[in-house]
Design a protein. Sequence first.
Length: 134
Amino acid sequence: MKIRPKDIARSLVDCMEQNPAMSADEACESAIRLLKSRCPGVTFRQFTKLLERELKKRGSISSGLLVVPTEHSISAETVGALLKEKSGKTVRMERATDPELIGGSVLLVDHRRIDCSIQGALANLLKTCLQPLD
């Protein structure tokens, strides 16, 4: 049986919903190991998009994923507390590391992708520079 990245993302969300005591870091790290072994051509960025789609399908759950470049970056609990303070909603935050990020972070919450990474800013700058002048 072939395992697709979409199946791994779906299983990860299922595990996080069924076992709230499970560490988000452990769940994400095991999903990434499985992704690398079963689907070597898929990048972490593509996987986070699949995970975002799966979270979007399950709109009844308010959850988020914080992707940071290193283990020593901001914690998911801190971001979750800030979101609760600003929105009044309890957001169950998970955290994953992506060594491909140059700096900053990517936040996936309530079907939105908020890219505050340096890599994202550079991509937007390049996209703007390549647009034809009118």
